[in-house]
Write a protein that binds this ligand. Structure first.
Ligand SMILES: [Zn+2]
Length: 116
């Protein structure tokens, strides 16, 4: 769980209170950033994260095609209104076979601003 990971990382580094956290979210988690922020705010009460701000950035995913060796981003149907509704194609842009995800399903904690 993201919040637990942040608390653990902050505590390991001697934090008494966390001011803000920067997190990269993989494109293929398909998470709505507003929902993540909302969940975060509901989970941090009575922890060292209480009152902190979460700054989210989406990180592009990477797929690999085992048929032709293509490695890179998927073809996205670029419609911001539809983004997140599953209109990303996981077919290989080179040969149309199904690719597998090698990056983009993860959370990466980039920076934690804290008081010790
Ligand atoms: Zn391919």
């Amino acid at each position: 769980m993201l919040v637990e990971n942040i608390i653990e990382t902050a505590e390991e580094n001697g934090a008494k209170q966390v001011m803000s956290v920067e997190v990269e979210i993989g494109e293929f988690t398909f998470l709505n950033l507003d929902q993540v922020k909302f969940c975060y705010s509901t989970l941090i009460g009575d922890t060292i994260l209480e009152g902190s701000e979460i700054i989210l950035e989406t990180k592009k995913g990477v797929v690999k095609c085992d048929s032709c060796g293509y490695t890179g981003p998927i073809l996205a149907i670029d419609d911001s209104e539809l983004y997140g509704l599953g209109l990303l194609s996981f077919s290989c842009p080179e040969c149309s076979k199904i690719t597998r995800v090698i990056e983009g399903r993860e959370f990466i904690i980039r920076r934690i601003q804290m008081k010790r």
